[in-house]
Design a protein around this ligand. Structure first.
Ligand code: NAD
Length: 500
């Protein structure tokens, strides 16, 4: 489908009283409205269990927007587009009442029958809602019907297949927008521009010039109040299957023939198909898991994962994963893609480090150490930018070099914050651009890859905890790279330099 500029639509938001709606979705819609990306022809029906009036809901939306920004012009006008309907997700009569209101708003706002169903609810409801919206006539309009689904999409391949089969009874694949909010991040989208808009990088983007690629997404927070959910998930399913594998696919894909949804997705799928499969026999060689024990961060004593609320005191759940992915194709044969994610690490950061191979012989040197390799660092969050690490001649000294950094920081150059991931994704979904959403084939291939590891880890109890809260993870994560002759680039040395 070609993206259109029309954003006229009725947004049916399931789970409208929840955390995601409050913290992300309402502020994002408001920013789109303020910029004019969302015109006056839109309406939102929020649904959830609570018996709220329209006024209570509008006040709730208003407060959520005011909590996100101090510049609230046109806010009353914006919230006047919001309506509320108390709802029981498994009861047909709820959907019929919803349909009556939807049809009325369709006419009132001239929405041309366009409907976006956004499921900001626990995943066990996804299938039921998709069934009902079709069976109870909410998709009986002449406009488009799109289903936006939050993560997680299943908890393994069989459950994802079951869910996919169920929602496909009501929506076509091209009507399903599976959110991976990392794909809405400015610098993740920038991976393609860095690669395909620069003559400098693409010729070097292969196993002749790149020695390894490191993708790290670290958090300082522990599991907080998400213990119940996290115990059934762990870092592998919560972070690796979706966000990290998506970043690897963007880094490794072949240049698409054009930047269209289908072409990009098809190149990403090829990468996922080329991943060297992990088996139970070799899993320990490629993947390492960890769980934080008590520790210290910025002078604060922190409890271990097993002491957190709603966590089994004998939990086998991993809060840290490091892995080595090998992509067995012509471009990447022999180049490890190391991925790492964890909770209670020393910094909150998502970064990609592309390490180039050493030059054939050193004519110059750095005192007391070998010449540093060139690095291209892509800063995803919290800073957004790129840094190129080079060697330059030290002034006055004939053969000595200094490491130098060429930095570009997005936020400092543009003088404003870049749009939030959810803002961009909502706008894309309204315009019908599914490029930054995951296709079923990507979801299925990623689950197939991680299922083997998670089954193996479930069978084999780990000796947890194995890293201290506030540290960079278990020592086995360092050994994973050391046996290949590499090391994790310390996140602190990779910070983007902002030169004003
Ligand atoms: P939440 O628990 O805060 O909200 C859930 C919503 O569903 C509430 O509005 C609740 O009233 C409604 N609900 C629950 N049971 C219902 C029922 N039987 N009938 C009608 N309504 C019912 O959850 P959340 O944090 O907003 O997360 C929603 C989804 O978004 C989940 O899939 C989650 O994994 C995903 N997600 C959330 C975040 C986040 O930052 N909160 C981030 C990424 C993904």
């Amino acid at each position: 489908m070609n993206p259109t500029e029309t954003t006229s639509a009725l947004i049916l938001l399931f789970g409208a009283t929840g955390d995601l709606a409050k913290r992300k979705l309402f502020p994002s819609l408001y920013r789109l409205y303020k910029k004019g990306s969302l015109n006056d022809q839109f309406a939102v029906i929020g649904t959830a269990r609570r018996e709220w009036t329209n006024e209570t809901f509008q006040q709730h939306v208003k407060e959520s927007v005011m909590a996100s920004t101090s510049q609230c012009e046109k806010l009353d006008e914006f919230v006047s587009h919001f309506y509320y309907q108390a709802h029981d997700v498994s009861d047909s009569s709820s959907y019929r009442t919803l349909k009556t209101l939807a049809d009325q708003l369709d006419e009132q706002y001239h929405l041309q029958g366009n409907r976006l169903f956004y499921l900001a609810m626990a995943p066990e409801f996804f299938g039921t809602i998709a069934d009902h919206v079709k069976a109870d006539g909410l998709t009986d309009t002449t406009g488009y019907h799109r289903l936006v689904i939050e993560k997680p999409f299943g908890h393994d391949l069989p459950s994802a297949e079951k869910l996919n089969h169920q929602i496909r009874q009501s929506f076509e694949e091209n009507e399903i927008y599976r959110i991976d909010h990392y794909l809405g991040k400015e610098m993740v989208q920038n991976i393609e521009a860095i690669r395909f808009a620069n003559a400098l990088f693409e010729p070097l983007w292969n196993n002749r010039y790149i020695s390894n690629i490191q993708v790290t997404s670290s958090e300082t927070l522990g599991v907080e109040e998400r213990g119940r959910y996290y115990e059934t998930s762990g870092a592998l399913k919560d972070m690796v299957q979706n966000h990290l594998m998506q970043m690897v696919a963007l880094l490794a894909m072949e240049p698409p023939i054009k930047l269209s949804t289908n072409e990009i997705r098809s190149e990403k799928v090829k990468v996922l198909r080329a991943l060297r499969p992990i088996t139970k026999e070799n899993a320990d060689e490629y993947f390492v898991r960890g769980q934080y024990g008590p520790g210290e961060l910025e002078d604060e004593r922190l409890q271990g994962y097993r002491e957190e609320t709603n966590v089994d005191p004998d939990s086998n759940t991993e809060t840290f994963v490091a892995g080595k992915l090998m992509i067995d194709n012509f471009r990447w044969a022999g180049v490890p893609f190391y991925i790492r994610t964890g909770k209670r690490m020393p910094t909150k950061s998502t970064k990609i480090v592309i390490q180039f191979k050493d030059i054939p012989m050193n004519l110059y040197y750095q005192p007391d150490q070998p010449l540093a390799p060139n690095l291209l660092v892509i800063h995803i969050q919290p800073e957004e930018g790129i840094t190129l690490h080079l060697n330059a001649k030290r002034a006055g000294q004939q053969l000595l070099t200094n490491p130098v950094k060429l930095s570009y920081a997005n936020n400092s150059v543009d003088g404003m914050n870049t749009p939030e991931a959810y803002e961009k994704l909502l706008h894309d979904a309204l315009r019908g651009d599914a490029t930054n959403f995951t296709h079923w084939d990507e979801v299925a291939l990623s689950w197939r890859f991680v299922d083997v590891i998670s089954d193996y880890w479930e069978e084999k109890k780990a000796s947890f905890p194995n890293y201290e809260a506030g540290s960079t993870g278990p020592k086995e994560a360092d050994e994973l790279l050391a046996k290949d002759g590499f090391f994790w680039w310390p996140l602190s040395t990779l910070e983007v330099d902002v030169c004003n």
